[in-house]
Structures are given as C-alpha cells and as structure tokens.
Design a protein around this ligand. Sequence first.
Ligand code: PLP
Length: 455
Amino acid sequence: MILSGAELPRLVAGIPGPASRALATRLAAHESPNITCQQPAPPIFWVAAKGAAVLDVDGNVYVDLTAGFGVAHAGHANPAVAAAIAAQAPILAHGLGDVFPPEIKVRLLERLAAIAPGDLQVSILANSGAEAVEAALKTAVLRTGRHGVIAFEGGYHGLTFGALAVTHRPHFREPFEAQLFPGVRFVPYPAATEDLDSVLAMVAHELADAETSPWPVGAVLVEPILGRGGLVEPPAAFLPALRGLCDGERTLLICDEVYTGCGRTGRWFACEETDTTPDLLVLGKALSGSLPIAAVIGTPSALSGWPPSTGEAIHTSTFLGNPVACAAALAQLEEIEAGGLLARARDIGDLIASRARRWQERGLIRERSGRGVLQGVRVGSPGAGTVLCAAALRQGVIVLAEGAGDVLALTPPAVITPAQLGPALDVIEGLLPGLPDAGGSDPTSHCASNGADTA
Ligand SMILES: Cc1ncc(COP(=O)(O)O)c(C=O)c1O
C-alpha cells in the first residue's frame, strides 16, 4: 500500500496483528534483550511511513503524534528529502570524514552557519545526538581547561558513556554508574518562576566553587525545554540568566537542542525565543528528518580550543559528515524554510494548545506545556500516560509518554493536517477521563505504547 501521508487511522487487524507478532518472535531470537520492548505485548512493526501516517506490517494505518521521536518534522519520507538521498547515494555515498571530506559537507556546514543564531559559525558533525553532546563537552574542556559540568535534573542527553554522565535519570545510569564521569553536578530544572532564583543561586554557587572543587565547571549544559524529562518549559528568564552566568571563557553555555531544534518549537531554535545565544548549540533528530546526523555549532571562540589537525584528528569518526546524510540534512533544512514549516509548527501548535487548554479547564489534564509541535500534557499519576499510549495505539494513534510516564508528548510532524490532528486528539480526549490506576506500569517506560491488549 502506498501512503499519501494524510491518512486517518484505518485498523484492519489486531494491534499487534499476526504479522507483527511473528516478526517479534524472530526479532527476539536475534536481538539483544532490552532493545525492543516486547512486554506486556509485542510491538507493531512499521513497513511504511509518510507525512504523519504510518503503516504497519498487518495493514493497519496510524496517525503519528510522535514525529518518530521528533525526527520527521517535515513529515516521514518527505519527498524532497527522499529525492536528495536517492540522488546522492549513487554518486558519493561515503567520504573520509576528516581526511578526504565530501564536497557536500562544506555546503551543510555553510547552511548551518547561515541558520544558526548570533555568531555560531563553526560546527562539528556527528552521527547521533549523544555523540554531538559529547563533542560539545570535549569542546568546553579544550576551551576552558575545566572538566566539570553543570547539568539539570530530568535532563536527557543520550546514553553513550559521555552523554549518560550528564543524563539524569537513574533508570539509565544505575547499571553503569561506576563508569560515569563524577564531575557532573545536577541542579533542579526550574519549572516555575518561583523556583528560578534558587536554581540560579545553585548554578552560581557551583561556578564559584572552582577554587576548591576537584572538577571546576567549564560547561553548563541545558535543554531549553526539558524534552524527555516531561516537556517542561522553564520561566522565560532562565536561559538569559544562564547566559549571564557563563562568560564563554571559563564556562561555556551549551544548549542541547537535539529535541527542540530545527523548527520543532516554531522557530529554528528554541533558544531564540528568549534571544539567548549559547556558546554551543547541539542539534540532531529533525536536522535530517531521516538519516543519522547531528551537529554541534559554536562560536569561533568556543571552538578555538581545538588544535589544528596535523594529520591525526583527536576527534573524528568513520562516518563523520556522511555525504548521503548531509544531502538529507540540506534537503530537510530547505523544506523547513521553503515549505514554511516554522509557521506551520506554530499553527499546528496553536491547535494543540487550544485543545489542551480545554482539557485543562475540564480537569482532564493537570497542565500543558511546550511550544509548537513540541508540547506535553500532564495526565495524572506516574505511568498514567504510558497506559493511555497503549489504548491510543489500539485506536490508531501513535503517541508516547515522557517524564515519569505521566506526560503525553504531543509532538507530531509539522506537516500533519488539521483533518488528521483533530481526530487523533479526539481519541486522546476520549481516553483521558477513564485513565486506570497506573500503579502497575513502569513509569519510565514507553513500552505500554506497544498496544498490549492487556494494558
Ligand atoms: C535533548 C536530547 N539530547 C540528546 C539526545 C540523544 O540523541 P540520540 O538519541 O540521537 O543519541 C536526545 C534524544 O532523545 C535528546 O532528546
């Protein structure tokens, strides 16, 4: 079946259906445990996705309110992005990142410099958000000579060892805690204006501690909107205040916009909302809308700690600046700009926000937060959102929970049509009043979103 991208849910088989169940059995035989969630029921297996529509292997069609982890901002299989990949792949599919770079890498770096705010002009490319976060942390060490990092409670920056050390959630950290860098201080993320002063005082205290601390702080790493931590929007004064505390010499301000960047909030970058230009800006996910590519963009000053490469770069990787991924990113950025997807994200965001406000007035949700196509609604006790996700899937709506499984992430592709969004939100609205006691579910898991009939 060929999807147009604008489909409404069409359910023709069980969720998961027999073909998904059979694939789950084959997958379980050959994939490590703990990668794909198989409990309490097997997942659905995707065979096609376009725009905001997803087709599973049993022929069920869903509306995607996740944009595939926030990647498909311009829609799944965006035609222009797909065409750029198809055009690049037969010509030059691989370059030698740091030795014989592909020509197209130069064009992507120039494009990133053109869209980045302020004097963010110099980038390091990477293959994942976590890797880009680590490149930013290395950059801060080289520029400041200080290894300590301030990160925030609830923050998520990826799961490789360097990124995991600055990721807060114990669920991810505990098995590996002994190997994590100890020089990270976690400070509460200010959800409300009344928290702001105390948080800023803590940050200022940690920064001032450089004389006595074994790990003087060289970087403050922050998400402009806490993403996986529950779509928490800080007070508007937060980022500007952090900017004021980081001087770009002894301490760099790093905005992790892997989730919020590339148009998701209705601006190119969420930090622009408060006119804050960090020293380093980290991007991933929606940067290419499809292929694995990420970047850290910084000021020339911030990047100046890196020595010139005299033949053996001290930071690189085999696929750095992969030409096909560069082509996808260039096409995606062009789609966002030429297709008016920043304004579109704001318009779709207005529809989501006005519906969520009505839910709040009716007492169906506790609160709403976020901007554009990056919003969340807090639905109740930990795990309640995860339960709702499973029920929504059974009605053809793909949605994930964040935070403690109590926040529904309403993060569709910006190209979702109002005709798709309305019915998808109707499904959620219909499920909100009947949320069961979520006590039995794992609050940190997306897993019940696999549509388990038992959930
Ligand atoms: C804010 C943020 N930073 C970093 C990452 C890690 O990105 P990746 O999964 O591509 O390594 C994520 C992933 O969700 C994220 O939300």
